[in-house]
Design a protein around this ligand. Structure first.
Ligand code: NI
Length: 204
């Protein structure tokens, strides 16, 4: 899929895996849609079979730290520990997949800390606020308004979000949009220490 030539959107799901993740994989598979999961290391350790299922389904696995701290409050060694432990847990659970992107919890990483993390950083363009509304209807409305090139932020730990996904997929695909992983959206050209999302694209 060449997202420089066709319309693409990246759906992303944070904070899992959790009790609704298996259902979400079924919905994505039914819609022939790919997505990116920003996993917490502690959740990956708890649900290795779901991580394996995500990788097997062709989903992208991203790092969302071990237990969701505000990285800006941590020392360099603690930031590295959060990131490295999680990469290892994801690789172990998935059978060898190494996350490409780190999404800092709350998008909170100081500019001065970027150099300490040897991964590209993923933010977002569309914040559905699904964690706040817990509304399937509101989540569909927000996510389905994504424009080509957008990264959409959601959380698969909420049932209301997972139940929104079939309609989100349907509505975006009806506009000729392909649902792809974040790496595919970025054309595979990403660099360490750079933040992607919020309008930032490779070369910009
Ligand atoms: Ni999060």
């Amino acid at each position: 899929m060449d997202c420089a030539k066709v319309k693409c959107v990246a759906l992303t799901f944070d904070d899992g895996p959790g009790p609704y993740t298996a259902k979400l994989l079924t919905y994505l598979d039914r819609g022939h849609a790919k997505a990116t999961f920003f996993l917490l290391g502690q959740q990956a350790k708890h649900y290795p079979e779901l991580v394996k299922a995500q990788a097997k389904a062709g989903m992208e696995l991203g790092n969302h730290t071990w237990n969701h701290p505000q990285l800006s409050r941590l020392k360099k060694s603690a930031v590295n520990s959060q990131v490295d432990r999680t990469n290892k847990a994801i690789a172990r659970a998935s059978g060898g997949t190494k996350p490409v992107f780190l999404r800092p919890p709350y998008g909170d990483l100081l500019r001065s800390q970027r150099a300490t993390v040897s991964m590209p950083l993923a933010l977002w363009d569309v914040d559905t606020l699904d964690w706040k509304t817990r509304s399937t209807k509101a989540t569909i409305k927000s996510a389905a308004a994504a424009k080509p090139g957008d990264i959409v932020l959601m959380h698969d730990i909420h049932e209301s979000t997972v139940e929104a996904v079939p309609q989100i997929v349907k509505k975006l695909q009806a506009k000729g949009i392909h649902l792809v992983t974040l790496s595919t959206l970025m054309g595979g050209k990403v660099e360490e220490h750079i933040e992607y999302g919020a309008g930032l694209r490779p070369g910009k």
